[in-house]
Ligand binder design. Sequence first.
Ligand code: CP
Length: 338
Amino acid sequence: MSNPELQHLFDWHLEDDQTWESQLIRARYHYRHPRPVHGPAPLRSLGLLFFNSSLRTRTSMEVAAARLGAQASVIIPGSGVWGMEWRDGVRMDGQSVEHIREAIGVLSRYYDALGVRLFATGTDYAIDQSEARFKKILEAATVPVINLESALYHPCQALADAATIQEHLQDEVKGRRFVLSWTWHPRALAHAVPNSALLMAARLGMQVTVARPKGFELDPEMIRLAESYTSKHGYSLTETEDQDAACEGADIIYAKAWGSQLRYDNPDAEKILRDQYQSWQVQERHMGNAAFMHCLPIRRGVVAEDAVLDSAQAIHLLQSEFRLHAQIAILERAWNLL
Ligand code: CP
């Protein structure tokens, strides 16, 4: 069963402006008015299904549920919970004990909402690009599903990032310069965070520049979608291979590492290409008057210099704090608490 209402909490970037803005307002409200425990949802329960590791998303979701008075459980398939089968129509005589259809069907009967973290496979482009595995969860669920980072998007992060930027720039956001700067990383990371950061900044009406080496382009569809937002606000989106020039005069420098498209077909070639760009790091000399953002976790001395992270211009901890406030807003919406 596919429930179109549930798609909203998954493909959140495509939500209408009113929903996006009302969630931003609520996130910032919760920043200013921290909620005591014993909130308006004492009989609600939240199942948090983590197929991948997390510090911020997991803990901020647990605290968000508690702030609303709800109960949250973390479920980690393969770690004290049965390993799961994704494929349909197979005879399950191997390692996987439980099919995702039954698992999500059962959890939907216990919980009033599910949060799911399910990263890109990094090896199967077709599965990742179509969000095929996340869609299986949506099809099997009968309660709202919150995307805690899928192959293509990290919507909770994006909502927190947008609220952080509004707070930091004191609501003078439109037309300000947002630079999404690729950085080197020892691993070929997925595109969910850069996709979401790109769309978030474009939707806020910022002038957006994506600085990345040749070969590390984001998906053309994401660029087109971001351009549709920037052009609505009267701005254009720029892509450049010149990190230094991109950072000049920036208001926000958002650092993020991601892998090349080559990672799917030829991971060895991808690594050789990526390793040519080890100098791509956010350094003190890039900062000017910009604020520094990163979704975390961050590898110090790799993605950014310590001097950047330890400076007053770094707002990455505020950004992480906003994960909590944003997710309270998302749960309020999922449970119609307003
Ligand atoms: N930014 C983020 O999602 O952090 P975690 O991976 O620790 O949840």
